[in-house]
Design a protein around this ligand. Structure first.
Ligand code: N01
Length: 537
């Protein structure tokens, strides 16, 4: 194992050993032959899949697409067992990748980066860890994920709660035993929708506190048959081609037909087929769902009708279908028995939009209208998304300017990959990248390969620093805004895409909504033009 270098500068330091960091290490070390080190806060690889081990945690992308595609051998040898892989399976996969490519010897675990400072005189990033170790490297690459900094609401009295509290993204490794327990679950988006049915199966009682009602479509998860597994292997090249050609990095394209130009019965039949198929297939059914509210309403009404048909109690149905945003304008969840869960005798629903949570007491949660005694509170309340995981690294660039100051009015990047004033810092899936709007291994692979090619180019040409220009960054921020404004995504004012879930966070639409295929083309052109928009010196 390579020893931590301490004083001797490395070519690159990578922060994080999840999907991004593992592949970046492989590319820089094994393709370019650079001395590289990964610093990882956790004691093991996996990133988000290491931490998010809450009940029901499962990937919402289909397994045959939620993986690396850079190695045909890897694609052919790995066997997924279910249509949507559970957390433990994705974690096994990432461990397999770490072993297969002999990555662990260059990863230092249990090492949380607490500060990173650009030393202009030496052209080095100087990095400090919570253990007090210091590292120096020419390139600093953040591979910290978009959804890594937990958002735990600051509810009065929370510290006085005598029971147990867990945020889903920091779930204990030992099983949490819900038997005989009264559980409160706050949060009804992708995570809460996965967790509620599983918790309800064993808890004595589950109370779901819902602030915003959400659409959800049955995932229709199932074990993969040998026949389907064989098809995935045989069609691996075509699957990869589709993932690269698609808007969201999934292995299917958006249909070339408009909902509003399709006769109602035909449209209904298409929605029925997508519903029966399960998962995320409603959104690509028509080309206008994300750009026309009227078109989107046809999908929304179809899903609401399906949800109402499941829920037996009309009062619960009214609260669960009181949805205030277009379908998929917030991240669309998929589920296994979410709405069915509210038909159980041991599950209650509390509308905290109508009666907000007032406080947590020693024994439970009090809303403006009632008290709910609880033994366990589960926070499925999401993340300080996209910027939280970067800002907590305490990064300072040229002239000691802090990233938190540079981003005071919201994040600004060029291509989501670099920030003006922060030379040789690359941010994998940074704000301004298509990242969270995609099946995320696709943008991750593209970013990593682009960064690797860029560093290879610098070595070939003798360039020592690369830095986004302010002009290019300003133009990219305009493009990110324009892309969001061209869709219904920007019509939702309370989504985490805009930072609206974190009190005081600037409201800026963070991911690039122009589509992964278009983004890839833009990045390719930038590289072909000698890294246009970057200053190389
Ligand atoms: O978090 P969220 P998430 N009081 O922010 C509520 C990815 N993911 O963990 O909508 C009361 O979406 C909040 O209410 P509201 C995926 O990208 C991936 O569910 O803000 N409630 C909402 O209901 C996803 O988008 C997979 O009104 C509060 C919930 O908590 C992202 O992670 C699986 C509150 C938070 O929803 C985040 O999803 C799961 C408060 N103070 C998740 N604050 C995969 O498949 C927040 N809420 C890979």
């Amino acid at each position: 194992m390579t020893k931590p270098t301490g004083a001797a500068p490395l070519d690159a330091l990578i922060i994080g050993a999840g999907f991004s960091g593992l592949y970046q290490l492989h590319c820089l070390r094994d393709k370019l032959g650079l001395p590289v080190r990964v610093l990882e806060a956790a004691p093991a690889v996996g990133g988000t899949w290491y931490w998010n081990r809450y009940p029901g945690a499962r990937c919402d992308s289909e397994s045959h697409s939620y993986c690396y595609t850079f190695s045909d051998d890897l694609v052919q040898e790995w066997e997924w067992t279910e249509r949507y892989p559970a957390q433990a399976e994705v974690l096994r996969y990432l461990n397999h990748v770490a072993d297969r490519f002999d990555l662990r010897r260059d990863i230092q675990f249990d090492t949380r980066v607490t500060e990173a400072r650009y030393d202009e005189a030496a052209n080095l990033w100087r990095v400090t860890t919570a253990n007090g170790e210091r590292f120096a490297a020419t390139f600093l690459i953040t591979a910290v994920g978009c959804l890594s900094a937990a958002n735990v609401p600051d509810i009065p009295g929370l510290k006085d709660f005598k029971g147990v509290c867990h945020h889903t993204s920091n779930w204990p490794h030992e099983d949490v035993d819900f038997r005989g327990k009264r559980v409160g679950l706050i949060g009804t988006a992708s995570t809460g929708i996965q967790a509620a049915p599983v918790i309800a199966e064993t808890a004595a009682h589950l109370t779901v506190f819902q602030r915003t009602a959400n659409y959800s479509v049955p995932a229709r998860n199932a074990p993969l048959t040998p026949e389907v597994k064989r098809q995935h292997k045989e069609n691996a090249a075509e699957i990869r081609r589709l993932m690269h050609a698609s808007t969201n990095g999934h292995p299917y394209l958006i249909a070339d037909r408009a909902a509003l130009a399709t006769p109602p019965e035909e449209r209904e039949a298409i929605y029925e087929a997508a519903w029966a198929r399960g998962g995320l297939y409603i959104r690509p059914s028509f080309s206008d769902l994300m750009i026309s509210k009227e078109a989107n309403d046809t999908a929304a009404q179809f899903i609401l009708k399906k949800i109402r048909a499941v829920i037996k109690d009309p009062a619960k149905a009214a609260v669960l279908t009181n949805i205030d945003h277009p379908y998929a304008a917030k991240r669309p969840p998929i589920d296994t028995n979410y709405f069915e869960t509210f038909n159980r005798d041991n599950v209650a629903l509390v509308d905290i939009k109508a009666a907000p949570i007032a406080e947590v007491t020693a024994d439970g949660i009090r809303t403006s209208e009632a008290f709910y005694p609880l033994d366990i509170i589960v926070f499925a309340t999401g993340f300080d998304a996209m910027t939280g995981s970067l800002l907590r690294l305490n990064i300072a660039g040229r002239d000691g300017v802090k990233l938190s100051d540079a981003w005071e009015a919201g994040p600004r990047t060029y291509l989501g990959l670099q920030v003006a004033g922060f030379p040789n810092l690359f941010t994998i899936t940074g704000p301004g990248s298509p990242s969270v709007l995609c099946n995320v291994p696709v943008p991750i692979q593209q970013h990593v390969e682009w960064i690797t090619d860029c560093i290879a180019h610098m070595r070939k040409t003798g360039a020592k620093t690369i830095e986004a220009t302010v002009d290019a960054q300003d133009r990219w921020v305009e493009q990110v805004n324009a892309a969001a404004n061209a869709t219904l995504l920007s019509s939702v004012k309370h989504s985490w895409y805009l930072g609206a879930n974190v009190p005081g966070k600037p409201r800026v639409f963070m991911p690039y909504a122009g589509g992964m295929a278009r983004y890839r083309g833009i990045c390719d052109d930038v590289a072909k033009q000698g890294y246009a928009g970057f200053a190389l010196s």
